[in-house]
Every structure is written in structure tokens, then in C-alpha cells.
Design a protein around this ligand. Structure first.
Ligand SMILES: [Zn+2]
Length: 328
């Protein structure tokens, strides 16, 4: 399997395009030292696969975040005790301008898909005994997708009803209802990692030549999806993307486009926390300082700790006073 990469392809002479992704060390880095119960880990992995495939399908230049909110108004909804799960994908910085790149960096330092994810849940998750625990885990939870394109375009959010009992079906419904895309998603995994494929039926006028109308495209996509679900763990481990696509697409030829690599990268920074402190305000920040001696913030995604003492806090608030004065 092609580790930590995403490949875009089309089926020759058919109005079907797709993306396939497999995450190994990217996924292992995200779940490292987290001790997530198996079902939480599986769910988070599937959400990360879906966020990567969706952002590739809609050709997003920006970030796509999937969030399951299981705690609503202080009440945990599902039997599995899910509080919140977040899976986020950021597309490569294709549109970086030369001045965005620092002196010791190369454009290729930015040319990868970055992923991060986190999960918060209670001990109740260990009591789930159902064969498919998803309905119990997600009972009455809210599932939202936030798309944040770069370069000034507006951020938007869709809330998805959870009426299906697999993550694949939930996101196929999202494609249909929110993006008006006729598509299929299949998730697969091995001991080494987790992967997925997304297929999209294109409007037929987008096909250049040789369009044949004798096919039922939906059943072709269903067949490919079934072939993927039938792959053995050994096949997932031993085949590369090209061999795997040849196997699952049967008699159809695959035309391969670009490869992209993935990495676990957390976008948190000390500056972003400083902005949060500014929103909290001086009074509240000083109260936390008085109580704890400093303000310590741990990132949910990468566990990095940032500490702010009274001198740091004073400087955050004094620099804003200065800049707002200079504006006048
Ligand atoms: Zn972080």
C-alpha cells in the first residue's frame, strides 16, 4: 500500500472520478499515546479518512473539519459517552506566494495534506457490547462539517443528520444532500493503517470522448465499493494503489493523476492562544493568574503545552493597547 498518500484518478471513458488514500504513520502519529478504546479509535480514523476524501473530492483549498458533538448543553447524548470528536484536513498551500515562504524553506515544505484529530469521551464507552456500536455512540449527537476555504472565500458549515448506521453511508448522504454529488465511499483497514476510496459520478458532458451510455454508473460504483470491502488484509498490505485499483475496478482502465502526501501537523501556535486570551479579556486572564500563578494551555490535538506568566499576560494586553492607540 502507498503509505500516507492520496491519489486522484478517473476511470477511462467513464464519467467516474475518484480518490484513494491510505494513512499509516500519519494515523499512528495522531493516535500515539492516546489510549483510545478500539471503537473510538476506529471512529476517529474513519472520520479522518472521510475528511481527507471529501476535501479532495470538492477540490478544497483550505481546511475541512468534521465534528461529532455528543455533549449538548452539558448532557452526553449517546450510550457510548462521546463528548466530542474532531477530524481535520488541511489542503497543501498551493497558493502560497513567494513572500509567505521563509528564507530557509522550500515550497515543497508546504506541499502535503496535513491532518489532525482528537476525541473526548467518558468511561461509558467501554460498556458498549453491540456488534455495530455506532448508533449507540452517536445517539442524538450532532455531526457537522465546516469548510474554510483560503483566500477570502466564506467559511460554511453543514449539520448532517445521523440517520445511517455506517460512517460511509452517513457521508454518502452528505455528498448527495449537501454537495449534490452522486458518490460512494468505502473505508478499509489493515494492521498497518486505515484507508478509503471515494468515487464520484461526473455530469456526462464533462467527459471528453468515447462516452458510452450502456452502463449503469451507480451499479459500477457499488461493485467497486464491494470489491474494496472484500479485499483481504494481505492484499491491502501488499498491493500498491495502482495494483489495488486494477483489482477492484475489474475491466475498467484507470487513469492516474497526481499523488499527494499526508502528515500529522497541528496548526496550533502560541500566537493563536494569545488571541484567545485577548477574547477572554484582561480581567478574566488576571483572575486565572491570581488563582494558578500562571495560565497553562494544553493543545487537544498535539498535547503541546504553552505557559503564560504574569509578565507574558501583561505584555499581551499592553501591545494591543499600544496598537489600538497608534491606529487613532
Ligand atoms: Zn497543537
Amino acid at each position: 500500500m502507498n503509505n500516507n498518500s492520496l491519489l486522484n484518478f478517473t476511470l477511462e471513458n467513464l464519467p467516474i472520478r475518484g480518490s484513494i488514500v491510505f494513512l499509516e504513520s500519519t494515523w499512528n502519529d495522531i493516535r500515539l499515546d492516546r489510549d483510545y478504546p478500539e471503537i473510538i479509535e476506529k471512529l476517529l480514523g474513519e472520520l479522518l479518512i472521510c475528511s481527507t476524501l471529501l476535501s479532495s473530492m470538492i477540490k478544497l483549498n483550505g481546511s475541512l473539519s468534521i465534528q461529532i458533538q455528543g455533549q449538548i448543553q452539558g448532557q452526553i447524548q449517546g450510550k457510548g459517552g462521546v463528548e466530542v470528536l474532531v477530524a481535520e484536513t488541511n489542503s497543501p498551500d498551493y497558493e502560497l506566494s513567494p513572500e509567505d515562504i521563509k528564507e530557509d524553506e522550500d515550497i515543497n515544505d508546504y506541499n502535503f495534506i496535513s491532518l489532525r484529530g482528537t476525541a473526548k469521551f467518558s468511561e461509558k464507552v467501554k460498556e458498549l457490547k453491540e456488534e455495530n456500536p455506532l448508533p449507540a455512540l452517536l445517539e442524538n449527537a450532532l455531526l457537522s462539517i465546516t469548510i474554510d476555504p483560503r483566500r477570502g472565500a466564506k467559511r460554511y458549515q453543514s449539520i448532517i443528520p445521523i440517520s445511517e448506521n455506517t460512517i460511509e453511508k452517513i457521508f454518502e448522504e452528505y455528498l448527495d444532500k449537501s454537495e449534490q454529488i452522486e458518490g460512494k465511499i468505502a473505508i478499509f483497514s489493515s494492521e498497518e493503517g486505515i484507508g478509503g476510496i471515494i468515487l464520484q459520478k461526473l455530469p456526462e458532458q464533462e467527459i471528453q470522448d468515447g462516452v458510452s451510455f450502456e452502463y449503469d454508473y451507480n451499479s459500477i460504483m457499488e461493485k467497486i465499493k464491494k470489491n474494496i470491502k472484500d479485499l483481504s488484509k494481505e492484499e491491502i498490505t501488499n498491493l500498491n494503489f495502482e495494483q489495488l485499483l486494477t483489482k477492484v475496478t475489474d475491466k475498467f482502465d484507470v487513469r492516474i493523476f497526481d499523488y499527494q502526501t499526508t502528515r500529522f501537523v497541528c496548526g496550533c501556535s502560541r500566537e493563536k492562544i494569545e488571541r484567545v486570551l485577548l477574547t477572554i479579556g484582561r480581567k478574566e486572564s488576571e483572575e486565572i493568574l491570581k488563582e494558578h500563578g500562571n495560565i497553562t494551555v494544553n493543545c487537544e490535538f498535539c498535547k503541546k503545552e504553552e505557559k503564560f506568566d504574569s509578565i507574558d499576560v501583561a505584555s499581551i494586553f499592553s501591545s494591543t493597547t499600544k496598537s489600538s492607540k497608534s491606529l487613532n
